[in-house]
Write a protein that binds this ligand. Structure first.
Ligand SMILES: Cc1cc2nc3c(=O)[nH]c(=O)nc-3n(C[C@H](O)[C@H](O)[C@H](O)COP(=O)(O)O)c2cc1C
Length: 213
């Protein structure tokens, strides 16, 4: 057998090996991420959330994350809440039409809400400082992304995670607002966004809390 045949066989093996590894690795990584998630979090029912909603949403900051893990984008949010919609536990949030996270929520149809212990306040605020549309904010974040079993993104440092299925996105109309303060907010918001604010309604698909250590 001549040397060139050996060489081409070597390159053939190498290329097949590389192809196999490149196909296999993402699956291993995804499985690893899910395993990590299940080690960190335990599933609970929406009715087992013990936080007072006015403290959870009003005093701590919600991180909304949309997009499959690896392509995800997170923002800080303070306006939103919980309730029952179409007989199911649901969430709502009030978002400027300019949010990149909103764009990803609409593209993916699902997203997560995450809440963190106070020690991560700076990391959480970081998501509210600039848009992921025109910055490397997701690469700069020090938090550890982890995939939920359905492949959405949250963070290993979170203490409570809610996965939502997007039910409806409404664009608000300034004339519908009855107080001067709210109407002004809506009109002002439109000046820096492509549209009026949006209200996103989501059905709660899953709730997880951090496992006790
Ligand atoms: C504490 C805090 C709360 C915020 N709450 C909201 C909110 O409820 N709705 C909203 O549209 N933007 C809110 N923002 C602004 C967004 O987080 C911010 O514009 C972010 O850069 C958007 O990122 P994105 O374009 O990558 O989605 C908040 C920012 C901070 C710091």
């Amino acid at each position: 057998m001549c040397g060139c045949e050996n060489k081409s066989r070597f390159w053939g093996f190498l290329m097949t090996g590389l192809l196999a590894v490149s196909l296999f690795l993402p699956a291993v990584r995804a499985e690893g991420a899910t395993a990590a998630f299940e080690e960190l979090f335990e599933e609970i029912g929406a009715d087992e959330i013990t936080d007072n909603v006015f403290n959870l949403v009003g005093k701590t900051i919600t991180v909304i994350t949309a997009g499959r893990i690896g392509e995800h984008n997170s923002m800080a949010a303070s306006w939103g809440g919980f309730g029952i919609l179409f007989d199911k536990p649901a969430t709502w949030c009030f978002l400027s039409a300019s949010r990149f996270t909103l764009e990803k929520m609409q593209a993916e149809g699902s997203y997560t809400f995450s809440w963190f212990p106070d020690e991560y306040k700076e990391d959480v605020l970081f998501f509210g400082g600039k848009s992921g549309r025109d910055s490397d904010k997701m690469k700069e974040s020090k938090l550890t992304p982890v995939a939920t079993p359905s492949g959405l993104a949250t963070y290993a440092e979170a203490r409570l995670v809610i996965e939502c299925r997007l039910v409806e996105v409404t664009t608000v109309a300034p004339d519908d607002f009855r107080t001067e303060e709210s109407r002004k907010f809506i009109e002002d918001g439109r000046k820096t966004a492509p549209d009026y604010h949006k209200i996103a309604l989501g059905e709660i698909a899953k709730v997880w809390r951090k496992k006790p250590r």
